[in-house]
Design a protein around this ligand. Structure first.
Ligand code: SF4
Length: 300
């Protein structure tokens, strides 16, 4: 099946993108592995006609928003993100009105309709910078309350209102699990994603995005690391480091949606050109603006 995927890929001038949380077999065959925004930017820059996005729906949507002329496929039609689904466009607009028109900062982990009513997007890597860069003081941060709380801790001079959303995978990491791992591996450095709860973040040596955690583990002068993010990241960590040991916090560190895509789904996606991401033109144009603003701030 893998060799047939290679043949189809060439025939259709397609590129395969895989998020760090995907199954190893998918990361192995992908042309690029990365986090959601890096992959969307790769999708934008490629001259491929077809993008097969092995991830969840909001990621494929972001790729489509950035590359509206390309055919973007999501191999499993119901691979969604429960956290993204915790915010809807209508609920965000209602909250915005209740709070007296704050600036809406959306994590890229939102569906396209929520992006379309947002002022600016952010990633877990640049959330603090994005909020700091705003001239307005009143912010509604959507949808991850843990990342939002982390932003609040680092940007003291703004009123940041938090949406009550969370990532079910990261939210379940507990301090007790982390402390047990620390007892077993006292020399290990602790690197966690800001989607983790505050107690876990406070006990970490490093807090950062998935790419940030990978960079930290690659470059830090230590042999052992306790990692607080989805376990799929182990594929990249083991591929790019030698003689380092990694221990994932918790038994709950698997995102079921990220694990839905199997090789046969990828094969069928390429062969049958399914499931194509289509978005309402107006939503797509409006959702592009907050992403563009974020990218412009990144350059400053
Ligand atoms: S890991 Fe969390 S934020 Fe990422 S896709 Fe899964 S549920 Fe959504």
């Amino acid at each position: 099946m893998k060799s047939e995927i290679e043949v189809l890929k060439k025939q259709k001038n397609a590129v395969i993108l895989a998020h760090y949380y995907e199954r190893s077999e998918i990361q192995e065959i992908a042309d690029f592995i990365g986090d959601s925004l890096a992959l969307a930017q790769i999708a934008k820059d490629t001259d491929a006609d077809m993008i097969v996005f092995c991830g969840v729906k909001f990621m494929a949507e972001t790729a489509k928003i950035l590359s509206p002329k390309k055919k973007v496929l999501l191999p499993v039609f119901d691979a969604g993100c429960p956290m993204a689904d915790m915010a809807t466009k209508e609920a965000v607009l209602k909250k915005k009105e209740e709070l007296g028109n704050p600036v809406v900062v959306s994590y890229v982990n939102t569906n396209a309709d929520v992006k379309s009513v947002s002022d600016i997007c952010c990633t877990s890597a640049n959330a603090v910078n994005v909020v700091q860069s705003l001239k307005e003081d009143k912010i509604l941060f959507v949808p991850d309350k843990n990342l939002g709380e982390y932003v609040k801790e680092n940007v003291k001079d703004k009123d940041v209102y938090l949406w009550d959303g969370y990532c079910p995978t990261h939210e379940l990491f507990s301090l007790k699990e982390l402390e047990n791992l620390k007892k077993e591996h006292p020399n290990a450095r602790v690197a966690v994603h800001p989607e983790s709860p505050k107690a876990v973040r406070d006990a970490a040596d490093f807090i950062g995005s998935t790419s940030g955690i990978i960079n930290y583990a690659q470059n830090e002068d230590a042999d052992e690391f306790i990692i607080g993010t989805e376990e799929g990241v182990l594929f990249e960590l083991k591929r790019t480091t030698t003689d380092k040991q990694f221990y994932i916090i918790g038994k709950s560190s698997i995102c079921e949606n990220m694990k839905k895509t199997k090789i046969e789904d990828l094969y069928n996606a390429l062969k049958l050109e399914r499931y194509e991401i289509t978005l309402d033109r107006e939503i797509m144009e409006k959702a592009y603006e907050p992403i563009k603003r974020m990218v412009e701030i990144k350059r400053v």
